[in-house]
Design a binder for this molecule. Sequence first.
Ligand code: S3P
Length: 171
Amino acid sequence: MKNIILIGFMGSGKTSVGIRLSYRLRRTMVDTDRMIERLNQMTVAEIFARLGEEEFRRMETRCLQRLLEDSHQQILSVGGGLPMREENRRLLKRLGTVIYLRVTAETVCTRLAGDTTRPLLQGDNPQKRVQDLLEARSPIYEAAADFIIDADDKDFDTILGEIMERLGEEE
Ligand code: S3P
């Protein structure tokens, strides 16, 4: 059995889709941001502010290393920046089937308008930040994925149906 791993930009729906997949497949779900927050007793925003982004990135890698020791029957939802490290992409491959939930910058901006929990999107012009980051990250997400699900304007049932179909083809 392989883990099913959801990657994608902030606001792409990794956690919401992951929870539904975990019900559907009766598997436990792990969200790397929540795991890091629990282990460190700090929110992601606090970790960025107090320890810096680099330390957060090291925590993400350690999180994946720990997950390698766990059962490989879980649903994993990983932070939007996690696949940017090459080492993490190698760990993701070893951990299971990687699904990229792809959304446009417009979708991200609509969904995350007013969000204060994501340190990378604070500041004067979050829209521009989303556009730039998404443009830089898209090819990396695509290369890291076993398959891609376009998730704009789709309800959860449709997204889950597409994922189940693709997972069936992978087996
Ligand atoms: C980040 C995404 C966040 C969180 C942190 C950094 C990123 O997770 O890990 O704020 O670099 O894209 P979500 O993708 O779950 O929002």
